[in-house]
Design a protein. Structure first.
Length: 145
């Protein structure tokens, strides 16, 4: 994720909220990974599924061609939880829009390259997410595109 242009949080509350969002997302990803590992699935972490596309996925199953993204509710504009911080609301709205656009482009490009893309919101149940990922990796419910 590009974070180079993110302005410093203008107040302690915003900073605390950003930190807690990052922690929450990491927690979700770790839980999903642990469940997948327990099922005997092996994967690569935080890498480019397709070398021709300059996009990284959080969990990648190279052989099965499944790319998993664990999307933070704040950074990726979750339709349920996303609210712009009060300060710099316009900047954050533009930022969230561009991240959402980029996410959609990434999914479309990977699909076009023959990848099955699974996007998980950090608020989703890790067990449910892990089951869906496992099914896709094992080739069930993975419609040929
Ligand atoms: Zn959410």
């Amino acid at each position: 994720m590009q974070v180079t242009k993110v302005p410093r949080a203008s107040d302690a509350a915003t900073q605390a909220r950003m930190n807690s969002q990052l922690r929450q997302n990491t927690k979700c990803e770790l839980l999903v990974r642990r469940l997948l590992h327990r099922e005997g699935l092996r994967y690569r972490i935080d890498c480019r599924p397709d070398v021709t596309l300059n996009r990284r996925a959080d969990i990648v199953f190279t052989k099965a061609r499944v790319a998993v993204f664990i999307d933070g509710c704040f950074w990726h504009r979750c339709p349920i939880h996303w609210r712009p911080p009060k300060r710099n609301a316009g900047w954050w709205t533009n930022k969230a829009d561009s991240v959402a656009r980029r996410d959609a482009e990434t999914t479309a490009s990977l699909n076009a390259a023959g990848w099955h893309v699974i996007r998980v919101w950090e608020h989703e149940d890790p067990g449910t997410a892990a089951r869906a990922i496992s099914l896709a990796v094992r080739g069930w419910g993975c419609a040929q595109r």
